[in-house]
Design a binder for this molecule. Structure first.
Ligand SMILES: [Fe+2]
Length: 236
């Protein structure tokens, strides 16, 4: 589905979800494949046409690998096919940035999606000291780093737009969580998401869905007035 429309203009689309924890049993997201199916069905109903699943990878745990992730992707696709549902989907990962990534990049054992995008996140406590180095080395290998939910990092608050502009100048892309717009992660993320939307600094919006409950909240948001209010916030 496309949204954030005003006077027939589309500001950005939500047809490709690039951040989710729907592949079952790999991280703190969905545990049972039956629930993965419920969530995928609901997202299809909401108009999602493509999925790039991104289970967590973090040192020391969970240290998922591209092989483990792709095996799980095949399993979910097969399970859905048995129910008559064919989805367009690939899988990367959401990397919590750390020094451990340097070896993975060097050895080309990075899980990327959509032709070379790599989703990366900071810890919520403090920015990763390895962030600059990881971004540099990913780009050197031809990957495009996508920063997950910058609106959620308390240490970006107050200089969020400035930091995001700098990252975009350096070739990174920016992904914002849709549930940030309804305050699901608190006020810092709510204000940050609105600030980035208003400044047109968002490249991708996604659900970051971990559970059936969250996809229900996402549905509620996409069908609510708040989604419309957001469109009025975006300055042409
Ligand atoms: Fe995530």
């Amino acid at each position: 589905m496309s949204w954030f429309k005003r006077e027939r203009k589309q500001y950005f689309f939500y047809e490709h979800d690039i951040h989710s924890h729907i592949l079952p049993g790999l991280d703190d997201g969905v545990k049972r494949i039956e629930n993965s199916v419920v969530i995928v069905k609901k997202m299809l109903e909401l108009g999602i046409k493509r999925f790039s699943f991104t289970p967590h990878i973090s040192f020391p745990s969970p240290m998922n690998t591209p092989e483990i992730i792709h095996e799980k992707l095949s399993e979910l696709k097969g399970y859905l096919l048995n129910e008559g549902i064919k989805i367009e989907a690939d899988a990367g990962a959401e990397y919590k940035v750390g020094e451990y990534m340097l070896d993975l990049i060097q050895e080309e054992r990075i899980a990327s999606f959509d032709g070379g995008k790599v989703l990366v996140e900071h810890s919520f406590v403090a920015p990763s000291p390895s962030f600059e180095e990881v971004v540099f080395r990913l780009q050197n290998k031809g990957y495009v780093p996508v920063l997950a939910h910058p609106e959620r990092y308390p240490f970006y608050a107050g200089r969020l737009a400035e930091r995001v502009r700098e990252l975009k100048r350096r070739g990174c892309r920016i992904q914002v969580n849709l549930l940030s717009f309804v305050g699901f992660y608190g006020n810092v993320a709510l204000h940050g998401a609105k600030e980035l939307a208003t400044a047109k600094l968002i490249d991708h919006v996604s659900g970051d869905i971990h559970s059936v409950k969250q996809v229900e909240l996402l549905e509620k948001f996409l069908k609510s007035k708040e989604a419309g209010v957001m469109s009025s916030l975006i300055v042409d």
